[in-house]
Design a protein around this ligand. Sequence first.
Ligand code: HEC
Ligand code: HEC
Length: 237
Amino acid sequence: MRRGAMALALPLVFALAGCSRVPEATVEAPAPRPEAVMDFHALYSANCQACHGANGHGGPAMELGNPEYQALVDDATLRKWISGGMPGTEMPAFAQSAGGMLTDTQIGAIIAGMRKEWAKPNAFGGATPPAYAQDQAGDVKRGQATYQARCASCHQNSAREQVTSVVYLSLVSDQALRTIIVAGRVDIGQPDWRLATGKGVAGPLSGQDVTDIATYLGSLRNPAAVSAAPIPNPAGR
Ligand code: HEC
Ligand code: HEC
């Protein structure tokens, strides 16, 4: 983007200076070799934006620009998913060692750029969220009951994402579900693990609650049944 604006501005300077012929080199600067690109914005817009949204918001896949997400996940985990892809989802592997197009240094530049642009101090306002990774066994029955009590009121609405549908669940991993439940997605109106608070409403979800819900949703998954179904937009947009 910025480079494009520069390329447009340069001929204008020459025109104002009364120069009738613009030297070729200033109009079409040779594109840098793909492995040489280190700018976060250039890397993100070329490789990530289509799925994760402009500036990390509003895409079909996880809102990477949510400060709560940035606070929840450590560098090693980011590198693991970006390098190797996220099994069970549409997240591709980007590391050259895994058949992708990016060097390890470029992946480091993306991680550093996300932190710089999207991480915020005290993203949880002093609260302690459930762990990013599942750290205990889940219970399907309990998960179903918790889902009915805490999630169904919003997700019964047929316009909303049918998160219990096999088609949706076949596109997301248990970790992806867990990430969404804990960090939330401000961009599409999915609350974080604290859910709604108010009169007669139970408190924040515990780590066990999150694990149970993800285990319940995972138990509904049956990829064989949907292999022939059209792929929907995961965020319903
Ligand atoms: C073809 C679409 C697509 C592209 C391109 C893509 N992603 Fe993803 N990504 C996904 C999907 C789908 C998930 C699974 C989670 C979800 O559905 O929200 C995911 C998950 C992730 C996760 C893990 C989220 C978690 O639960 O912790 C990270 C980190 C991530 N992507 C970063 C990136 C980065 C950085 C790029 C660019 C280098 C990128 N992705 C490009 C689709 C994509
Ligand atoms: C206050 C209402 C509300 C509650 C409570 C709620 N959700 Fe959502 N959820 C939303 C909205 C709004 C969206 C995004 C729009 C849509 O899906 O149509 C969403 C989207 C999602 C998505 C899809 C995200 C994506 O990337 O496409 C998942 C998964 C999800 N919710 C799971 C849950 C679970 C599990 C619970 C219970 C722990 C829950 N939600 C509770 C409102 C809610």
